[in-house]
Design a protein around this ligand. Structure first.
Ligand code: NAE
Length: 254
């Protein structure tokens, strides 16, 4: 999907990976970039606006753990203004295996609920125009960082959900793909709690191995958006972009 002239909603567009990706998106000249994030950052929004004055950048506070009904209300405000939305990016995430319920609520349920809400505007069975969903999952959804099993499982769940969404596209008109970053230098991975403190030095150990910058991640993130492949599982690691082949171990045959 060419980004120029599109209307894009970016959940968590102000985070470490999110902000650099927002910058790359704005540079490509969408019509609207609507950023939804938990905490407002006027300086960051101003920077995005200054980057490309032709782009309308707006911000609404949004916590992904609110109800589907509340999300639907916010989306209605946005759809009333923009009329159409081409792409929804879900990037909210936390990494703290002491907070089990919160991890699942943000990383998995938040993603599912946001998508459930946008379906009432997009679903072709309701006369909607369809749309495109990009979910930020993680390489830990492929193979866990086993010292943070709750985080890893929440990302595997988000990835599985995304793969199902892609299969449902013929019914809903809504296509989907996942963006799965490898270890990327953001505050998320500076220091974090392992499950039951099984390993106090997960962050330090991870950072002993090669990582990527948020800019490298963002540049490949927008390449994946531009490729616009329903069902793609993008690995965005070490400055590279690769479509992963998912191994099938079972088939429902339906
Ligand atoms: P970050 O902490 O800078 O960004 C997290 C973003 O999520 C922020 O914008 C924050 O406001 C938002 N957020 C958190 N809770 C929210 C809530 N309740 N409602 C709305 N927004 C909320 O970290 P980041 O590294 O930029 O992470 C962005 C996304 O990328 C996350 O989903 C994260 O899981 C994912 N990710 C990060 C990495 C990494 O190494 N940094 C990797 C893969 C995926 C590798 C790992 O999985 C460790």
């Amino acid at each position: 999907m060419a980004i120029a002239n599109k209307n894009i909603i970016f959940v968590a567009g102000l985070g470490g990976i999110g902000f650099d990706t927002s910058r790359e998106i704005v540079k490509r000249g969408p019509k609207n970039l609507v950023i939804l994030d938990r905490i407002e950052n006027p300086a960051a929004i101003a920077e995005l606006k200054a980057l490309n004055p032709k782009v309308t950048v707006t911000f609404y506070p949004y916590d992904v753990t609110v109800s589907v009904a509340e999300t639907t209300k916010l989306l209605k405000t946005i759809f009333d203004k923009l009329k159409t939305v081409d792409l929804l990016i879900n990037g909210a995430g936390i990494l703290d295996d002491h907070q089990i319920e919160r991890t699942i609520a943000v990383n998995f349920t938040g993603t599912v609920n946001t998508i459930t809400a946008i379906m009432s505007f997009w679903d072709k069975r309701k006369g909607g125009p369809g749309g495109v969903i990009a979910n930020v999952c993680s390489v830990t959804g492929f193979n866990a960082i086993y010292q943070v099993p709750v985080y890893s499982a929440s990302k595997a769940a988000a990835l599985s959900f995304t793969n199902s969404l892609a299969r449902l596209a013929p019914i809903t008109g809504v296509t989907a793909y996942s963006i799965n970053p490898g270890i990327t230098k953001t505050t998320l991975v500076h220091k974090f709690n392992s499950w039951l403190d099984v390993e106090p030095r997960v962050a330090e150990l991870l950072l002993e191995h090669p990582t990527q910058t948020t800019l490298q991640c963002a540049q490949n993130f927008v390449k994946a958006i531009e490729a616009n492949q329903n069902g793609a599982i993008w690995k965005v690691d070490l400055g590279t972009l690769e479509a992963i082949e998912w191994t099938k171990h079972w088939d429902s045959h339906i």
